[in-house]
Ligand binder design. Structure first.
Ligand SMILES: Cc1cc2nc3c(=O)[nH]c(=O)nc-3n(C[C@H](O)[C@H](O)[C@H](O)COP(=O)(O)OP(=O)(O)OC[C@H]3O[C@@H](n4cnc5c(N)ncnc54)[C@H](O)[C@@H]3O)c2cc1C
Length: 320
């Protein structure tokens, strides 16, 4: 009986939440009859491998090498393929982070199979995984599978699948003999200044659009985000205007996010913006135009001037 292999992403040795969500989903789908393994890649990561048992892995393949300290498409793909060859899975799961979106198709190509990307729901029929994924910028969903290809390569959208804990320690297997013929070497990783929470990771996002009028008013959005312990998101309009960096942009050409709470302030709700945030669990929209399309996807809508609505919200949240 084959199983599910999950590629685990770490940054500075810290396992990313999106990977644990993918691993938890693998465990749920596996039920009692498919084994679940993980592959962990980096430098000095062996110590954290056994702990992945808590999220469902019974075995963890580890590629621990100084040449893998920073993400390298070639090196990481080689390690995942090696783990897949050793484990012989029916499916390989990735989280749909920037790294996962880069790595999954490369691994699929090396394995000679296709890849299903940005999956938001999964079910299993025998050893075939049936995936639901958005198409046409999230206007529609399609149900697809890659039955007949082995393994099935699938990337799971972050923050859509529940994270579960409750397992023992996993068996750790070192992946030896990697050639690691890396031609494009990442020499340095520079984190964004200010230590801001990344929108792709955040559980709460407060996003600003052109309705904030100018960069001098971003402080209001930041204050609301800070009060909620969340990240600051942005529409493309204000990124293009140079009011905030592209790393904050949510949407088709920005980041795809699924936080528990998304507050859109002065954002009209263009289809390209909705493509990045419509799978948020609770959406609140603040807009002075009652006909703004954002209200069609919002769970709670506040029709009003954001400069009047947000300050009392911040006060009320702080009072709580
Ligand atoms: C190929 C392509 C890719 C794109 N990718 C993206 C993407 O990734 N992300 C993205 O966001 N966009 C993207 N866009 C752009 C998108 O089409 C919209 O132009 C953009 O999202 C609009 O941004 P906005 O909502 O901030 O601005 P607007 O559409 O100008 O909306 C501003 C809103 O603010 C409201 N408002 C004004 N004043 C106030 C106030 N005082 N209080 C409350 N509300 C107020 C207005 O009623 C209005 O609804 C893309 C476009 C293309 C063609």
């Amino acid at each position: 009986m084959a199983g599910i292999l999950v590629c685990i992403e770490q940054r500075n040795g810290e396992i990313r939440k999106a990977s644990l969500q993918a691993l938890s989903e693998a465990k749920r789908l596996a039920g009692g009859d498919l084994p679940v393994a993980a592959v962990l890649i980096g430098e000095g990561v062996t110590a954290s491998a056994a702990g992945l048992g808590a999220n469902g892995a019974s075995k963890v393949f580890v590629a621990d090498d100084a040449n893998l300290k920073l993400y390298s498409a070639e090196g990481y793909a080689e390690a995942v393929v090696k783990a897949a060859e050793a484990f012989g899975p029916s499916a390989v799961f990735f989280s749909g982070t920037a790294m996962g979106r880069d790595l999954a198709p490369r691994v699929a190509a090396k394995l000679g199979v296709g890849a299903l990307a940005d999956v938001v729901a999964l079910s299993r029929e025998g050893e075939t995984f049936v995936a639901r994924r958005p198409v046409y910028s999230g206007k529609a969903f399609t149900t697809v599978d890659s039955a007949g290809t082995s393994p099935q390569v699938i990337s799971l959208r972050p923050n859509v699948f529940e994270l579960e804990e409750g397992g023992g320690a996993a068996e750790v297997v070192a992946l030896d003999g990697l050639a690691l013929s890396i031609r494009a070497v990442v020499t340095e990783f520079l984190a964004a200044e200010g230590g801001e929470i990344d929108v792709a990771e955040a559980d709460v996002i407060v996003a600003g659009g052109r309705g904030i009028k100018g960069p001098e008013n971003l402080g209001l959005i930041r204050d609301l985000a800070d009060a909620l312990g969340g990240a600051v998101g942005a529409s493309r309009a204000i990124v293009d205007a140079g009011w905030i960096g592209h790393s904050n942009q949510v949407g088709q050409t920005g980041k795809v996010v699924s936080p528990s709470l998304y507050i859109a302030c002065g954002i009209s709700g263009a289809i390209q913006h909705l493509a990045g945030m419509s799978s948020s669990k609770v959406i609140v929209a603040i807009n002075k135009d009652p006909d703004a399309p954002i209200f069609k996807v919002a769970d709670y809508g506040i029709v009003g001037d954001l400069f009047e609505v947000i300050p009392p919200m911040i006060e009320a949240i702080k009072a709580l």
